[in-house]
Design a protein around this ligand. Sequence first.
Ligand SMILES: [Zn+2]
Ligand SMILES: [Zn+2]
Length: 392
Amino acid sequence: MPDLEDRRRLATNAIEDASEALRTISLDIHANPETSFEEHHAHAVLTDFLETRGFEVNRGAYGMDTAFRAIVGSGEPTVAVMCEYDALPGLGHACGHNLIAIAGLAVGLALQSALEPGEGTIAVLGSPAEEGGGGKIRMIEAGAFEEIDAAVMLHPGLEDCAAPRTLAARQLSVRFHGKAAHAAARPWEGVNALDAMILAFNAVGLLRQQVEPTTRIHGIITEGGTATNIIPDYTSAIFGVRAPTLAQRTALEPRLQACFEGAAEQTGARLEHRWGRTPYADLQSNTPLAAGYERHLRALGADPLPERASGSTDMGNVSYEVPSLHPGYAIPSEAGNHNAAFTEAAATEEAHARTIRAATALAHATLDLYLEPDVLEAAKADFAEMKASQGG
Ligand SMILES: [Zn+2]
Ligand SMILES: [Zn+2]
């Protein structure tokens, strides 16, 4: 039986030794924000680093230019450590994925240093397009998790929480086609596509009172007409619908769609709609893994919250494939994720220090998975129970 304390020390030291190099990578990715599926610079920086550290790197993995797979170690089990590195349009790294990227590297390096040959395989997986596009869903479809025993990652936010709740989410794109006319001379000849959109927005607003308070419906108008003196013949919008579980979200979808169908009926505009092909599942945090992470994080001086609500993540879909852990950890910021203040916060020295601490706790928790057979068994049993309770 390996001395776990010794191994943890090796893991801690590996992260401390790499901290400065990781900080440089984090700031580089932060200074070069790239949105969904465009993360070429981040992909290059991360894969080059892993290669110099002895990982066997597969660039452009799973049929996506900006995904990667980096392997080190040997034998069973195989744990996937997820990296994200996409930014938000116009806001840069307002979700701190530059920190997620280096957290993944840190955990990978820690496990590489703490495990001996034959004790297990480490798979650092680069997943693009978390903010829209569902990179991990495409990875699942490409079989990325077939040989994986568990998957772990970290996400920065405003609170420490081992097992945050996230929502099952899906997007709906809508277009109204009307008929243009002079808005003053002959408005009665037009079919107003903007009226249809405004009616639909109001219908959605009214619908919100009749749905569970835990659900979310939110949208933007992407095209709303071209000139005040033209009756708009075309409008478009994108909506997001979210609920605590897949089943609740699915039940909400036709009710949202009806808002747009009704508006088309009333105005005579023609509705075209398309539901997103990569809907996000809710996150099913593995209970034993979360308990282990929490214990190790407390040992490093943090005081995590028992529960926290969050947005949505494609890690939710992974959590239906293999036992998964996606803790949130706090970085000092004046505002939460998807805000310019969070972009600023994601580049600070304090945020880096918190990332290093959370990554150390995650490395320790993941080490238990490799070195204590009961932990992996418990994680697998918990996963099987979750799947059974969700109807397989
Ligand atoms: Zn994020
Ligand atoms: Zn985000």
